[in-house]
Design a protein around this ligand. Sequence first.
Ligand code: PLP
Ligand code: COI
Length: 342
Amino acid sequence: MTEKANIDWAKLGFAYTKCDYRFHSYYKDGKWDDGELVTDDFIRIHEGSTALHYGQECFEGLKAYTTKEGKIVLFRPDMNAKRMKESCEHLLMAVYPEEKFIEAVKKVVLANERFIPPYGSGASLYIRPYLIGIGANVGVRPASEYLFGIFVTPVGPYFKGGMATNHFNVAMFDRAAPRGTGGIKVGGNYAASLLAHKQATDAGYADCIYLDPATNTYIEEVGAANFFGITKDNTFMTPKSPSILPSITKRSLLYLAEHYLGMKVSETKIPIDSLDQFVEAGACGTAAVISPIGSITYNDKVFKFYGDGKEVGPKTKELYDLLTSIQIGDTKGPDGWVVEVK
Ligand code: PLP
Ligand code: COI
């Protein structure tokens, strides 16, 4: 077995640690090269690259875990490959083939084995694939050359405290447009979210909730995660909108809530003024995992969830325990969800 890097896994937050290898593959003259593992954590691209000027860029996020038996596993990497394909198609970028995406992810993970947090540490290896338009260009048009890259970094909780309640306000800005790019994972959505995020954190909140960009009345996202609420009658409810990123974690929870926990599930419009229907609420995503929401402040009104906003509700805890135990291989999930890297 590879000797692990000297890292205090329990102290990791969501931050970058340089690992040994990353994967790079270049697209030129209509085809991708074979790609290779490289050690340099800098990339050299042309000053006219469309990614730099016109945001022709997309990315993904997934995680690798160590199981009790010491195996390395990924959670639903096929879903990330497919979502990246959809992002590329929308931005007119060359698609990196889905099968090759999964192969490349496995290759980078294995090459950086000493950075994969051990079983039981609570940490995981965050994997960041990205695809950017490169090459000499100045007009607003799709690039003719692309770089597909993957780097990895060991991470701990995204929101402070992990499975502790966090508090949110409602953004004064939209992160996406009604017929824009909210439903795909492109850099521009995140640039558009920075100011609202700063205003929220400056005001003492963990992050902000975005409302639908057309009417500003329905809940969309919780920062870089999807929203869910649990109603008094035990329904797992999550917003439906074309401008929400279709979270893989959210889609997994919808399935687990219904088929493993016997809850009712609903994907529907959730008016921001209907928050009192929820006993519990949370944010879910690869980075966020499940982060319980203690309260949401909207127009000077504070909606508090379970235990006066201070406690993690039982359903949120149950969903968290089930999801994470499937991800680390302790509980068998639906076929194909957990993929071994070897
Ligand atoms: N919403 C946004 C805006 C995100 O950036 C993410 C992270 O990927 C999510 C939701 C959660 O998606 P997933 O569960 O696929 O990581
Ligand atoms: C993820 O959960 O993978 C995300 O993309 C969140 C990230 C923007 C930090």
